[in-house]
Design a protein around this ligand. Structure first.
Ligand SMILES: *[C@@H]1O[C@H](CO)[C@@H](O)[C@H](O)[C@H]1NC(C)=O
Ligand SMILES: *[C@@H]1O[C@H](CO)[C@@H](O)[C@H](O)[C@H]1NC(C)=O
Ligand SMILES: *[C@@H]1O[C@H](CO)[C@@H](O)[C@H](O)[C@H]1NC(C)=O
Ligand SMILES: *[C@@H]1O[C@H](CO)[C@@H](O)[C@H](O)[C@H]1NC(C)=O
Ligand SMILES: *[C@@H]1O[C@H](CO)[C@@H](O)[C@H](O)[C@H]1NC(C)=O
Length: 388
């Protein structure tokens, strides 16, 4: 950050501002020479200090002491309020706490018209512990559609994603925290992803994905489907089994009653409106944090229950992320290289459900779970069955 070479040239250019030219009289030529020497000397000092700032961050404060940065920045690069950065942060790293971040992300403009050309975007929120084995597939999916999507990645706190500069994942990691399976920390990570994505006012739809998810349609299809949808896609149901009804805690009553209790896959798709409402909820989140444990899995209950209680009409109650639970057990089936066939992908793409109240065969836009070995055969299918 401080290794940026811009300030050096800025200082050089702006030095003349501080030595306004005086009327030239004969007697002042000597003075002009003196001033010229001074200018060169000052420029040398400034360049010297700027260069040393490149090699040690602690020199920055020293530079500031002798040459307050405001003196040399007449443009608003650093100190002034910047509209562009307010509606779309250019750097995803920040120093806000979760509480500060959620509060800021919950701000909703009261004015209906945006003072800029707002093209709605789909935010792809990746939750992973580390690597993203399907990044090459996603990169091919995103290619050529810049400006219509944003990517956010939540990893383990110390993990650094290693992708090339032209990847959609480059520089898209958000400040992350430890996550443990089945605990409220998973909901916290989801909220962190939502909040960071909400800071970009052009993000309109929010999809949660994992490192084992793949797209099963091309970008234009996914974009049109989500942007034009009247509802969000959060799976929501109730069944009288230990894995659903059995996880309800009676101490949640009267705030949450058993008939309000819902379950659904954590892999959501949300409109901006619902994302803001979920982020702004403190009451029900706190109840889940306190009472949805142990063996309760808040990530499978909090959002479905909260939406059912207050925004049911805005939910389709189904998911757009295909998964195979047919084998039973705590984890869904995982597909590797040997399982990838045209027929298999075709079957995920062709199903039956309602979209905006009308029957459709396009029900799943994404699918899980896939093992890293599936990457190569899937890359071979992009130009044919996947159509991207
Ligand atoms: C990042 O990836 C590149 C190319 O795959 C590799 O050469 C490099 O060693 C990796 N860097 C780290 C820190 O893993
Ligand atoms: C989803 O469930 C809610 C109740 O939570 C209901 O109001 C809504 O109509 C359902 N949506 C659809 C598409 O059936
Ligand atoms: C994938 O293929 C292998 C070999 O045919 C099979 O044993 C396995 O059950 C398949 N996995 C899934 C999830 O279908
Ligand atoms: C989708 O499946 C139905 C029956 O399952 C079949 O009739 C139809 O031709 C399939 N559509 C496509 C595009 O494959
Ligand atoms: C992918 O396609 C290439 C070239 O057509 C072929 O050599 C390779 O075996 C294919 N890989 C898989 C896993 O299908």
């Amino acid at each position: 950050m401080w290794g940026d070479s811009k300030p050096m040239f800025k200082s050089q250019e702006e030095i003349p501002d501080y030595f306004p030219s005086t009327p030239r009289n004969d007697w002042s030529i000597g003075l002009v020479k003196l001033v010229t020497i001074l200018v060169i000397f000052m420029a040398g000092v400034v360049i010297g200090l700027s260069i040393s700032a490149h090699f040690g961050r602690y020199y920055n404060s020293q530079t500031d002491l002798f040459f307050p940065s405001t003196m040399y920045t007449s443009s608003c690069e650093k100190d002034c309020m910047d509209f562009k950065n307010f509606v779309k942060p250019s750097n995803l790293m920040h120093t806000m706490t979760d509480q500060q971040l959620y509060w800021r992300a919950s701000l909703v403009p009261k004015m209906e018209e945006f003072p800029f050309n707002r093209v709605p975007k789909v935010a792809f929120l990746f939750m992973t512990r580390g690597p993203l084995p399907f990044a090459p597939l996603w990169d091919r999916f995103f290619k050529g559609h810049a400006g219509l999507y944003s990517v956010y990645v939540h990893t383990l706190p110390d993990y650094r994603l290693n992708v090339s500069k032209d990847s959609a994942f480059y520089g898209r990691q958000i400040p992350s925290e430890e996550v443990s399976w089945g605990s409220i920390t998973l909901v916290d990570a989801e909220k962190r992803l939502l909040a960071n994505a909400l800071l970009d006012y052009s993000n309109e739809r929010f999809v949660l994905l994992s490192e084992s998810c793949i797209p099963v349609f091309n970008f234009p299809t996914v974009y049109e489907y989500l942007i034009n949808s009247a509802q969000s896609y959060v799976e929501s149901y109730f069944i009288e089994t230990p894995q659903c009804e059995g996880r309800y805690n009676r101490r949640m009553a009267p705030h949450i009653t058993l008939d309000q209790w819902r379950k659904g896959s954590e892999w959501f798709e949300l409109s901006r409106e619902l994302a803001v409402n979920i982020l702004s909820d403190v009451k029900y989140y706190s109840l889940f944090r306190k009472l949805c444990r142990p063996s309760c899995y808040p990530d499978e209950h909090y959002i479905p229950t909260f939406l059912h209680m207050f925004y049911g009409e805005l939910n389709s109650n189904r998911t757009v992320t295909w998964v195979d639970w047919s084998r039973g057990g705590p984890h869904p089936a995982r597909y590797g290289a040997v399982n990838i066939t045209v027929e298999f992908i075709q079957s995920i793409r062709n199903s039956t459900c309602l979209y905006n109240g009308r029957p459709t065969s396009v029900c799943y836009l994404f699918a899980r779970k896939f093992a890293p070995s599936a990457l190569e055969p899937l890359m071979n299918l992009t130009s044919t069955v996947l159509e991207f």
